[in-house]
Write a protein that binds this ligand. Structure first.
Ligand code: FAD
Length: 379
């Protein structure tokens, strides 16, 4: 489907980014998957080219690009030439913006230049063994000790958890009020901050998803992000963009799965004809092509609205819900149409399938997205 939303300059940016991925990422992805982690140097290489936190102003070393289409282009290229477990988008667009939102110039001067250059890798830690979708159940707490806060608790499933130099950690700050949480900037090397296992996963094999532990970590007041009672407010603020980011990435991976499947069924033969010639294959791919195109139009519209500051919570939830469910259907059909080959790790469709399984769970599960959409329709 022809898309006319990108400018000439953006098309050139796409070309340059693709070349970068082909040179710096593609040849190494298998090694990273085996290692279960992307080397820290990769963040620096991205930073050197200006690909991290592109929205940061020039004063702090960034490119000052507010237009979300640049991020969209990067995620679309990542789906084919990048490595799904390399979570630079989490670093740049999900965690970095917390530093912007805090409006604390001293914190920004301290952390943003390193995040832009890739020397300071970012993570965000909300989830706990007993608190995921329902963050109000979190047990990690921070006590005000006058000149500092004392942080205790643990987090689980934290992306970039091993590599991270700076982790935005959510903790309860008022034992009487369970919805009052604060966000704390925990730095590599702080006493009492320990990392647990790099957790083995079904997919996203190159992603270092880890457990984190905090035992009496003394957090200076200068490392509190904004108001320590308004953590939920800061979390909510970025949710529409976070869901849009998810949706763009999931759709790009579904598109990649379609292309690979189309290629495979066009070549493979059974019963004297191409798999592509069976009516079952033709109808399946016709349905999926239709869904992919419709989803693309919707997501491009969401990007346009986001650029105008008009993307609503329920629109973003619809985009995240639909794109992640479609990615699930597309990769599942892709494996089916590949036959046994689709179950083999050496075929890319196999990885797309296992990677896709988390899209319906994290960044707000499909059930939570449905709740948000239902609220906008019914309440
Ligand atoms: C690879 C990976 C990376 C991650 N990265 C991070 C990270 O960087 N930082 C971080 O903080 N967390 C991260 N997470 C955690 C992720 O955000 C949570 O797993 C997710 O929010 C779901 O929470 P949970 O696992 O506790 O499941 P639960 O919340 O216990 O959900 C279990 C099931 O119940 C359903 N459910 C829950 N509430 C409702 C409801 N109200 N109505 C209907 N159904 C409901 C859910 O949809 C789900 O199907 C990551 C997880 C994974 C697997």
């Amino acid at each position: 489907m022809e898309r006319d939303l990108f400018t000439e300059e953006q098309n050139m940016f796409r070309e340059a980014y693709r070349k970068f991925l082909i040179k710096e990422v593609e040849p190494h992805r298998e090694g990273w998957r085996k290692a279960g982690i992307v080397p820290r140097e990769m963040f620096k290489k991205m930073g050197e080219q200006g690909y991290l936190l592109t929205w940061v102003d020039e004063q702090h070393g960034g490119l000052g690009i507010e237009d979300f289409r640049y991020q969209q282009i990067m995620m679309e290229e990542d789906a084919t030439y990048g490595e799904a477990g390399f979570f630079h988008t989490l670093h740049s667009r999900l965690v970095g913006p917390y530093l912007k939102r805090s409006e604390d110039q001293e914190q920004q001067a301290r952390f943003i230049p390193g995040a832009v250059s890739g020397e300071c890798i970012l993570a965000v830690a909300m989830t706990e063994p007993d608190a995921g979708s329902d963050l109000a159940g979190m047990k990690t707490s921070a006590k005000n000790q006058g000149d500092h806060w004392l942080l205790n608790g643990s987090k689980i499933y934290i992306s970039n958890g091993i590599n991270a130099d700076l982790v935005v950690v959510a903790a309860k700050t008022n034992p009487e009020k369970p919805r009052e949480i604060g966000l704390f900037l925990i730095e590599r090397g702080m006493e009492g901050f320990e990392r647990g296992r790099n957790l083995p996963k079904m997919g996203l094999k190159a992603q270092d998803t880890a457990e984190l532990f905090f035992n009496d970590v003394k957090v200076p007041k200068s490392n509190v992000l904004g108001d320590p009672s308004k953590g939920f407010h800061y979390l909510m603020h970025g949710l529409a963009e976070e869901r849009l980011i998810g949706a763009v990435g999931y759709l790009a991976c579904a598109q990649r799965a379609f292309d690979l499947t189309k290629e495979f069924v066009s070549e493979r033969k059974a019963f004297g004809q191409r798999i592509a010639d069976f009516q079952n294959t033709r109808f399946k791919l016709a349905d999926l092509r239709t869904e992919l195109d419709i989803c693309q139009v919707f997501i491009d519209k969401c990007v346009e609205m986001h650029n105008k500051g008009q993307l609503s919570t329920d629109m973003a939830a619809k985009a995240k819900l639909y794109a992640s469910e479609l990615e699930g259907r597309m990769t599942d059909e892709g494996v089916q149409l590949h036959g046994g080959a689709g179950y083999m790790e050496e075929y890319e469709i196999c990885r797309l399938y296992t990677n896709a399984r988390i899209s319906r769970i994290y960044a707000g599960s499909s059930e939570i997205m449905r709740e948000i959409i239902a609220r906008s329709v019914l309440d």
